[in-house]
Design a protein around this ligand. Structure first.
Ligand code: AMP
Ligand code: GLY
Length: 425
């Protein structure tokens, strides 16, 4: 079997790792692979954004299954293009990907489907938006409707901060087209959980819930990042919570998407928050989360490949919950100095030879091989995933392993999963 992975980050490394586990004899291809993916695949020198060239390449190279990692090519219609050429591809259509690429679409769909989420209004007019903020008061959350590489959400603690955010988005177009329309929603207080479901448009197989640590600093301080670490399972995501998420969030959303003429086939990511008023959806994504994938997939026992093939070939899934191994996984991101601000790249990375084992996997994100050296090539450089019988052992092992990785300016959070640690210690 010949499998093409579209995307070049830590999530894609974890996808390849799991699919290789599920199909040891498969041959892998990946677009512009990072330093960790490169030895595991045949590189394809085409950018994920170049849909036309990629679909032509996949057809002429007899690819049996294409798995798309990032949201941008999905939102640009890569799946529609591949399917038009008769190629088997895992991911939602352009229309279904609007659940992530348009927050206005996503919020309106939730309202129609009765999915619990924060109260909101949408605006493209600055004055109207400001008067809504005055009416609602702070804290309040301002979201650019379009894709903004994870930077389009501003949680404002004061009305003035909200006015500044609105000025930046609607007035100065700092977020370009993505910020021409905004969602203003009520602030929700509670603990976040990431729930992934593989779906065929109707039926869902829910994977083990995980939790992402998005702030750059320990104790959840400092700027938002793409994610500084994650762990699974999450003890507050009990079987009852997963069932509630399936019945009140995932299934009605799938029904509403299908009714709108855009059935969602692929990986639906529900970012939910557990509030005093029950579960509420913070956001939907149309793809696997990064870095949650780096813990969810190493824990997953069910064959991901079988699920993906069924969906890509238009088959029906048996609804349920994917099996996970016992124990826990914690992943710690090792990042470049000053990330998420501007940072330097090209630093030589040193990973001790004895670091990796069956219970410790180093997933590469921003790395590159150059002249026989592994060098940094991004803000989030590596995700160090440790597996252990308990959360505490996995968290300690992940942190200890991350601390042994060296490159100029390297840093990591030492407290990934601190909320779980508080519950367990
Ligand atoms: P997103 O880019 O949609 O993942 O949002 C980034 C982060 O902003 C989320 O992970 C939350 O921590 C936070 N956030 C988004 N919406 C809300 C909300 N309504 N209330 C509180 N925090 C929020
Ligand atoms: N970890 C958050 C995301 O992938 O959007």
């Amino acid at each position: 079997m010949r499998i093409l992975i579209v995307g070049t980050g830590g999530r894609e490394h974890a996808l390849l790792w799991k699919l290789r586990h599920d199909a040891p004899a498969a041959e892998f291809f990946a677009t512009q692979p990072n330093g960790g993916l490169e030895p595991l695949c045949t590189p394809v020198p085409i950018a994920p954004a170049d849909i036309e060239a990629l679909s032509g390449w996949a057809a002429s190279h007899h690819i049996d299954l294409t798995v798309v990692g990032p949201e941008a090519p999905l939102a640009a219609g890569i799946v529609d293009r591949f399917e038009k050429k008769g190629l088997s591809v895992f991911g939602p259509s352009k229309d279904a990907a609007r659940i992530e690429s348009s927050k206005v679409f996503s919020k309106d769909l939730m309202r129609t489907a009765g999915v619990p989420t924060a109260e909101y209004r949408t605006f493209s007019n600055l004055e109207g938006a400001k008067s809504w903020v005055r009416e609602r008061g702070a804290p309040i959350v301002i979201k650019a409707s379009g894709l903004a590489a994870g930077k389009g959400v501003i949680v404002c603690t004061t009305e003035d901060e909200a006015f500044d955010a609105l000025q930046a988005m609607l007035g100065d177009l700092t977020f370009g087209e993505a910020g021409r329309e905004v969602v203003i929603e009520d602030f929700l207080d509670g603990e976040e959980i990431s729930v992934f479901a593989v779906t065929d448009g109707t039926n869902a197989v829910v994977l083990q819930p995980s939790q992402d640590y998005k702030r750059v600093g320990e104790g959840d301080t400092g700027l938002n990042t793409g994610g500084m670490g994650a762990y699974a399972p999450v003890s507050i995501a009990t079987d009852e919570v997963v069932t509630e998420c399936r019945i009140r969030v995932i299934e009605p959303t799938l029904r509403a998407l299908a009714a709108s003429g855009a059935p969602f086939r692929g990986l639906l990511y529900a970012g939910v928050i557990s509030t005093s008023d029950g579960l509420k959806v913070i956001e939907f994504n149309c793809r696997f989360g990064d870095p949650e994938t780096q813990v969810v997939l190493p824990m997953m026992r069910t064959s991901l490949l079988e699920l993906m093939r069924t969906v890509a070939e238009g088959g029906a899934l048996t609804p349920g919950v994917a099996a996970a191994r016992p124990g826990a996984a914690v992943s710690t991101i090792v990042a470049s100095g000053s990330y998420p601000g501007s940072y330097e790249t090209g630093k030589t990375i040193s990973i001790p030879d004895d670091l990796e084992s069956d219970d410790c996997i180093v997933f590469h994100a921003g790395t590159r091989n150059e002249d026989g050296r592994l060098i940094t090539a991004g803000g989030r450089v590596l995700a160090v995933t440790a597996l252990a019988p308990t959360f505490l052992a996995a968290a300690d092992a992940s942190e200890a392993a991350a601390a042994r990785i060296e490159f100029g300016g390297a840093f990591h959070r030492k407290d990934i999963g601190w909320r779980e640690r508080l519950r367990q210690e």
